[in-house]
Design a protein around this ligand. Structure first.
Ligand code: NAD
Length: 331
C-alpha cells in the first residue's frame, strides 16, 4: 500500500512536469507515446487503489495552467479533453460501455473525425462577428488570444449566410499544415535559428505569442469540430448536422468527417484514414469517434476530464524519443 502510494505520487509528479513543459512552455522533453505510457501506468494504479484517488491528479485534469501574460478567459462551458483507446479490444470496451449506459443492444451512429494534432481553441461569435478567441488552458480558464486568431486566414471574422445564434462559441483545432511546418523549419535552419520539434508544438508556439504580428507570419490553419455555449435553440439534433451548419456559415470543417455505424464502421474509418495518413496535408495522431445523436450524448454525460460519448483512437507513435531529445526547441 505504501509502495503504491509512493509510486502514484512519483508518477503524478513526473506527469505534472511533462504537462508544464508541453502545455505551458510548448517544449516537451518526451514523445507523446511515452507520456501516454506513464499516464496509463498512473490510471491503472489509481484504479487498483481507489482510496488514493485525488481530484488534483493529472489523470483527472485537463491541460495546463494558462500563462499569466495573457488575459484570462473563463470558458462558459468547460473545454474538456478526450479519453483514448489504443487497440481494437479497447474500442470494443468503449462501444460496450456506450451501449450498456444507453441500455441498447443496437449499434449507434458515430461521427468520425481526424484527430488533428494542434491545439484546441474557442471562438466566440456575436451577431455573426468574431469577438473573442481563447485557448483551452486548464479547461476552465483559457488564454485570451483574440488578436492572434484574427490573423488565421481560415477563421472567418464575419459569418456568411443567416440563422446563426446571436451569441455562440465554435470549438476546433488550430494546426500547422505539414508543408508550412517544413518550410518554416528549413528557413530557420538556414538562418541558424532554433527549430520546432513537430507541427503541434509549432502551432501552439505560434498561436501563444504576445505579438500577433509574429502569429500572422506563421502558416496556421483551423478546422472546427464542435460548439460550446450556444444561445437560444441548439443548432441541430446531431453532432454531424451541427458541423454542417457551421460549414454553411463559412466555418471550415474537415472534409474527412464521416458518419459511420457501430464499432465496425469506426474500424473501417480508422483503417481508411490510417492508410492515407502520409498523404494528408497535416499531421494527425489518431481519429475521434463521437456518438452522433445529441440526445444520446446528453444521456451519456461526462466524467472529470472527458465526455463519455467520445473517444480518440490513437495511431502508433511517429516520433522517437532519440529524435525528440536531439532537437533544439523554439519556445
Ligand atoms: P488529447 O490530444 O488526448 O485529446 C483532446 C484534444 O484533441 C482536444 O482538446 C482537441 O484539442 C484535440 N482534437 C483534435 N481533433 C479533434 C476532434 N476532431 N474532436 C475533438 N477534439 C479534437 O488532448 P490533451 O488532453 O491535450 O492531451 C493529452 C495528450 O497530449 C496526451 O495523450 C499526449 O499525447 C499529449 N501530451 C504530451 C506531453 C508530452 O510531454 N509529450 C505532455 C502532455 C500531453
Amino acid at each position: 500500500m505504501n509502495d503504491a502510494k509512493a509510486q502514484i505520487l512519483a508518477l503524478r509528479e513526473q506527469l505534472e512536469r511533462y504537462n508544464q513543459q508541453y502545455y505551458v512552455s510548448d517544449a516537451p522533453t518526451v514523445p507523446d507515446a511515452e507520456y501516454d505510457r506513464v499516464m496509463r501506468e498512473l490510471i491503472d494504479l489509481e484504479q487498483a487503489h481507489p482510496e488514493l484517488l485525488d481530484a488534483d491528479s493529472p489523470s483527472q485534469k485537463v491541460g495546463g495552467a494558462p500563462l499569466s501574460a495573457f488575459t484570462p478567459v473563463e470558458h462558459a462551458q468547460p473545454m474538456l479533453s478526450l479519453d483514448n483507446v489504443f487497440s481494437l479490444d479497447e474500442l470494443a470496451a468503449f462501444e460496450k460501455r456506450v451501449l450498456t449506459r444507453l441500455n441498447r443492444s443496437q449499434a449507434v451512429q458515430y461521427c468520425c473525425e481526424p484527430k488533428l494534432d494542434g491545439l484546441a481553441v474557442s471562438l466566440m461569435y456575436e451577431q455573426g462577428r468574431l469577438v473573442q478567441g481563447a485557448t483551452r488552458g486548464d479547461g476552465r480558464t483559457g488564454e485570451g488570444i483574440t488578436e492572434n486568431v484574427r490573423t488565421i486566414k481560415s477563421i472567418p471574422l464575419t459569418l456568411s449566410g443567416s440563422g446563426w445564434p446571436a451569441r455562440f462559441e465554435v470549438r476546433g483545432e488550430v494546426f500547422m499544415p505539414s508543408a508550412g511546418f517544413t518550410a518554416m523549419n528549413d528557413a530557420a535552419r538556414e538562418r541558424g535559428e532554433k527549430i520546432f520539434a513537430n507541427p503541434r508544438n509549432a502551432a501552439a508556439g505560434s498561436l501563444r505569442q504576445l505579438d500577433s504580428r509574429i502569429t500572422a507570419k506563421r502558416p496556421l490553419a483551423f478546422y472546427c469540430y464542435g460548439v460550446g455555449l450556444v444561445e437560444g435553440e441548439p443548432l441541430a439534433a446531431s453532432h454531424y448536422d451541427t458541423l454542417q451548419r457551421l460549414k454553411s456559415w463559412g466555418l471550415p470543417v474537415s472534409p474527412e468527417v464521416k458518419l459511420m455505424t457501430g464499432q465496425a464502421g469506426c474500424e473501417q474509418y480508422h483503417d481508411d484514414i490510417l492508410s492515407r495518413r502520409e498523404q494528408l496535408a497535416y499531421e494527425i495522431d489518431g481519429v475521434v469517434y463521437k456518438v452522433d445523436d445529441l440526445a444520446l450524448q446528453a444521456q451519456l454525460g461526462f466524467v472529470a476530464r472527458a465526455p463519455r460519448w467520445a473517444t480518440a483512437h490513437k495511431f502508433p507513435a511517429q516520433e522517437e524519443l532519440t529524435q525528440l531529445l536531439n532537437v533544439e526547441f523554439q519556445v
